[in-house]
Design a protein around this ligand. Structure first.
Ligand SMILES: NC(=O)c1ccc[n+]([C@@H]2O[C@H](COP(=O)([O-])OP(=O)(O)OC[C@H]3O[C@@H](n4cnc5c(N)ncnc54)[C@H](OP(=O)(O)O)[C@@H]3O)[C@@H](O)[C@H]2O)c1
Length: 319
């Protein structure tokens, strides 16, 4: 194993409730059972914000390097080929051990997964969850059929935009709803884009067969009334509110199946399907929205995520 000698720019959290500070640290020493990665990209996700805020179940010891997912190229490893692009996640990364918001990362071999050569590092660290969730929702859970009409809420978000594209690929007619006017332009062109506040049977041309809801709250309550009898509603997010109350008489009358999406239980079964979609994601045949920020612009990235203004995933550029 060769030992790089340079310093590594690293985002270090010193106090919960604050932003990590950009610092120079020495590159970690390679050691057996571990892979040293020159990071290229990392995600900034809601889970990371929970860690920054000190609200995650297990609090890491400070100072701490956040970042639960990332990607980069192998510098030294007994397991992964030198130079290979790897996706890094799991094994407590960014939760109980230093994470991906750094130029260099030494991690247990099991936390690195080799990605096909030539994959964009930003795609490598963002694709799995939104694409896997959208695939499971459209194919395994809602079982969208050709010719069906599908309504997707949060249709400019990472999962929503992917669900729109996958449902359209099946041959469904898709309506995509967003919360803010600025997001209308970011709904994939395969859907008719509308504001959630304007959703009505008339606006969408009659009831839909399937609802895919990524936001919850009052948007879900309204959207559910737009599903036909014996239609399906797949529910996967609750950013806009986590409670849904049911009047049982109305529920029976509506006759709409409520289908929970649980990616923790489905991650393994969707993994091969998601990998099969990677060439389409790389070529742009399927597009996964994300915003890219430098390490010195973390504050802006966090703010965009907290306010919901971000379009798709947020990626830190660590190159
Ligand atoms: N059930 C599961 O297994 C599973 C798996 C993966 C993801 N999820 C959940 O699915 C949801 C969508 O994921 P995603 O990656 O697509 O998320 P995303 O891109 O961050 O957001 C989806 C949409 O939610 C709205 N939003 C975001 N933050 C908001 C805020 N602070 N206030 C109000 N609205 C906000 C925005 O839509 P508008 O601007 O149009 O309102 C945004 O486009 C998330 O809640 C995520 O936790 C669930």
């Amino acid at each position: 194993m060769s030992t790089p000698t340079s310093m590594s720019r690293t985002l270090v959290l010193e106090e919960f409730g604050t932003l990590p500070r950009l610092a120079e640290r020495t590159v970690p020493e390679p050691r057996p059972g571990h892979t040293l990665v020159r990071m290229a990209a990392a995600t900034v996700a809601h889970l990371d914000l929970n860690v920054l805020d000190g609200e995650f179940g297990i609090l890491p010891e400070l100072p701490f390097v956040p970042g639960t997912q990332g990607s980069g190229h192998v510098l030294a490893s007994d397991t992964h080929p030198e130079g290979a692009l790897v996706r890094v996640r799991g094994e407590g990364l960014g939760l109980s051990r230093d994470g991906a918001w750094a130029e260099h990362l030494l991690l247990p071999d099991a936390a690195a997964e080799t990605m096909p050569a030539g994959t964009d590092p930003a795609l490598a660290c963002t694709y799995f969850s939104p694409v896997g969730t959208a695939w499971a929702t459209v194919h395994a859970i809602a079982r969208v059929q050709p010719g069906e009409r599908v309504l997707v809420t949060g249709a400019s978000g990472a999962v929503g935009a992917m669900a729109v594209q996958l449902a359209a690929r099946v041959g469904a007619e898709v309506v995509g709803a967003v919360g803010r006017p600025a997001k209308l332009a970011h709904v994939p062109a395969t859907a008719k884009a509308l504001l959630a506040s304007e959703l009505s049977e008339q606006a969408i041309g009659g009831k839909v067969d399937v609802l895919i809801d990524t936001v919850g709250g009052s948007i879900l309550r309204n959207a559910l009334t737009l599903v036909r009898q014996r239609g399906r509603a797949a529910l996967l997010g609750y950013t806009a509110g986590r409670e849904l109350t049911l009047d049982l008489a109305d529920f029976f009358l509506a006759d709409v199946s409520l289908l929970p999406v649980n990616m923790i239980s489905r991650a393994q079964e969707v993994a091969p399907e998601v990998l099969r979609l990677l060439p389409d994601l790389s070529s742009g045949a399927l597009s996964l929205p994300y915003e890219r920020y430098g390490m010195d612009a973390l504050g802006e990235a966090v703010e965009r995520l907290r306010t919901g203004e971000a379009v798709g995933k947020i990626v830190l550029d660590l190159t």
